[in-house]
Write a protein that binds this ligand. Structure first.
Ligand SMILES: Nc1ncnc2c1ncn2[C@@H]1O[C@H](COP(=O)(O)OP(=O)(O)OP(=O)(O)O)[C@@H](O)[C@H]1O
Length: 301
């Protein structure tokens, strides 16, 4: 089942063609990490999904319903957390959520019950504190409470962790992960380790199209690069190691990566033999795993 489907979507601002025929499919129930360089068009794509901007070409459907600019049909099933949520700072979180709920047609007593439930979900106290005194992390959590108020099937978050410190990020990711199974989540980010931590699906936007999309584990398998990684005490020793190895190797500061075809053990044995013969001793030897960052670099450069 697919909750979100973009087909051949194009979008231009002036003479800049941002989206050039974007196809994107998000399976129901996925946590989808949407990544791309600055200016790749992630926010633009999210605004198009929300019907907040006009499509130049192509089509978007959310839960089987076509999205049209300015029409909120699809928005009844979508919750949105913008990159910089705007609040009325003089309100308390309960007052703010009450306003949001009323604007979307929620009524008492469902609204009050839902607000209590959502504040508990995002771990915010139901008290008289005004939003202007909230930390960035608390504001992001309030943003999620607002986005979830209307029981969306699809939650869209635009760079939700970029302004948070490591603890705030970790808590926020746990909150998103705790929603798994209740809804589908599409979130954009530059922090690839965040995607690796909670996403099962990933899409990499580059040059106006999705260069790669799919299950993260399958992608890592597909892009797996077989390399032995060696660590040395200094860059000078690493450089010396490359010189005595007699095989292709890439040095990055104190590390040297040696590609191999099939046999990890045989490669390590041959490399160590050459190094020890020259009295060059590595501090560590490891098999390099493919990270999302490796895949990102490969498809965007
Ligand atoms: N309303 C607009 N008018 C003109 N240009 C725009 C508009 N909105 C976006 N752009 C341009 O479209 C391109 C894509 O912007 P967008 O914000 O979608 O990228 P992004 O991938 O979200 O970037 P970032 O990661 O930096 O937030 C950028 O070059 C941006 O300057």
């Amino acid at each position: 089942m697919t909750i979100l489907d973009l087909q051949r979507v194009t979008k231009r601002f002036g003479d800049k063609q941002v989206l050039k025929g974007l196809d994107l499919t998000v399976p129901t129930g996925a946590i989808f990490g949407f990544v791309g360089e600055n200016g790749a068009g992630k926010t633009t794509t999210m605004k198009l999904i929300l019907g907040l901007d006009t499509l130049d070409g192509g089509q978007i459907t959310v839960a089987g319903q076509p999205v049209r600019y300015g029409r909120a049909v699809a928005n009844q099933v979508v919750g949105y957390l913008p990159d910089v949520p705007a609040y009325y700072g003089y309100m308390t979180s309960t007052e703010y959520l009450t306003l949001c709920g009323r604007l979307t047609g929620m009524r008492e007593p469902d609204l009050s019950n839902r607000i209590t439930e959502m504040l508990r979900t995002v771990d915010l106290p139901q008290n008289k504190h005004r939003i202007h005194g909230f930390s960035r992390g608390m504001k992001q959590r309030l943003g999620i409470a607002q986005a979830l108020l209307n029981r969306p099937q699809l939650l869209i978050c635009d760079e939700p962790t970029s302004a948070l410190d490591p603890n705030g990020r970790s808590e926020f990711l746990k909150l998103l992960a705790s929603l798994r199974g209740e809804m589908t989540i599409l979130f954009s980010t530059h922090i690839l380790t965040d995607v690796e931590r909670i996403s099962d699906q990933v899409g990499i936007l580059h040059a106006g199209v999705l260069q790669v999309q799919g299950n993260l584990t399958a992608l890592k398998h597909r892009y797996a690069r077989s390399q032995v990684q060696l660590k040395f005490a200094s860059s000078a020793i690493a450089q010396q190691a490359v010189a005595v190895m007699g095989r292709p190797a890439t040095q990055t500061a104190t590390h040297v990566a040696v590609p191999f075809q099939d046999d990890y053990a045989a490669t390590v044995a041959a490399v160590l033999k050459a190094l020890l013969a020259a009295h060059v001793v590595p501090l560590a030897v490891d098999r390099q795993e493919t990270s999302l960052e490796d895949i990102f670099r490969e498809v965007t450069t």
